[in-house]
Design a protein. Structure first.
Length: 181
């Protein structure tokens, strides 16, 4: 678990890039569900997103071949994202990894943990992934992302430990995160 948490602590690299560096090819992003939701929102989402805003909730996962490498839950404030991003995100023409690669976006408030740490993460996993969610144990990373100083996104990335333990060794972690140790 520690090795996987170390991978998630890398803040200057997207999860898709971590996966690509490790497996040698870009992962496939699968949009599992997407919906506009009205308040109230989960406590870990609002704040930092506005408590009275209609949000876009997007459940995705990264896959490589037959492996489900991550389970992702994102909340988007369309008003803060603006129509030039909110529309293409909602229509599936652009994914958040592409948005977050922009210099206009600043990720902040990183938290990392395991399935034993945080009840609201467990609740989110159970509620939104039901029977097709990540097997326990898992590690997670949660952060917000701001556009021009306004938080527009809250993201939860969950990685199944058993899948990643089969992929990672110390040399891989150094290569993936850019940290030689």
């Amino acid at each position: 678990m520690k090795r996987l948490l170390d991978v998630l602590r890398a803040r200057d690299i997207s999860l898709a890039s971590v996966i690509e560096r490790h497996v040698g090819a870009p992962p496939e992003l699968e949009v599992v569900s997407q919906a506009r939701i009205k308040p109230p929102h989960p406590g870990w989402v609002s704040p930092p997103l506005p408590p009275d805003a209609d949000l876009l909730r997007r459940c995705t996962r990264y896959r490589y071949r037959d492996s489900k490498l991550s389970y992702n839950l994102a909340y988007v404030d369309p008003a803060a994202a603006g129509p030039e991003l909110a529309g293409p995100i909602a229509d599936g023409r652009i994914h958040l990894g592409e948005v977050f690669a922009s210099a206009r976006v600043r990720k902040l408030g990183y938290e990392v943990g395991s399935d034993r740490d945080e009840p609201c993460v467990r609740a989110a996993v159970l509620e939104w992934w039901s029977g097709d969610g990540p097997p326990r144990p898992y590690a997670w990373r949660r952060y917000a992302a701001a556009l021009q100083g306004t938080i527009a996104f809250v993201v939860l990335e969950v990685l199944p430990t058993a899948t990643w333990n089969g992929l990672l060794d110390q040399a891989d972690i150094a290569r993936v995160t850019g940290d030689p140790g």
